[in-house]
Design a protein around this ligand. Structure first.
Ligand code: FES
Length: 161
């Protein structure tokens, strides 16, 4: 195991929470990092503006899996507004930190959640708080490092929905 990853990261990587697709999702967020090619989908169910279910699939590195798992845990049971306020820092902090070159993975997770909420709001005819096409945190990263030699770099083989 790489010493740069915390015990919590390793726990979420080896036993990720809330993996999978919600077939009748109320909102779907799809985000990708063009540099490393990693891709993430977040699915949400919403009732009375509460995130009653949140799941994910990712074609990503180990840190992407751990951050997706954490963001789904953080978002479940929260209101839409609270979900939109979950930041990459929240995700990374709850994992006990991430190596600097892996912070963009937590951007993907947070942005995926935000995208899913925006998708839900648009489908409801409600105005998403950010205009479509607004620059997202992960898109500001130009230093994505794909550490293919890392013992926790794997490719998820879940097919694209
Ligand atoms: S999301 Fe790009 S290496 Fe993790």
């Amino acid at each position: 195991m790489s010493p740069q990853y915390t015990k919590t990261v390793m726990e979420h990587f080896t036993n990720p929470h809330n993996v999978g697709e919600i077939p009748d999702a109320d909102g779907i967020g799809e985000v990708g990092n063009p540099v490393c090619g990693d891709l993430m989908y977040i699915y949400i169910k919403v009732k009375d503006d509460i995130l009653t279910d949140v799941k994910f699939k990712t074609f990503g590195c180990g840190a992407a899996i751990a951050t997706s798992s954490m963001v789904t845990d953080l978002a479940r049971g929260k209101t839409l507004d609270e979900g939109l306020k979950i930041t990459r820092k929240d995700v990374a902090d709850n994992l006990g930190g991430l190596p600097p070159q892996k912070m963009h993975c937590s951007n993907l997770a947070a942005d995926g959640l935000h995208e899913a909420i925006h998708d839900y709001l648009r489908k409801q005819g409600r105005e998403p708080p950010l205009p479509p096409g607004a620059k997202k945190e992960h898109e500001e990263d130009d230093h994505c490092v794909v550490d293919v030699d890392s013992p926790i770099h794997i490719e998820d083989t879940v097919p694209k929905p």
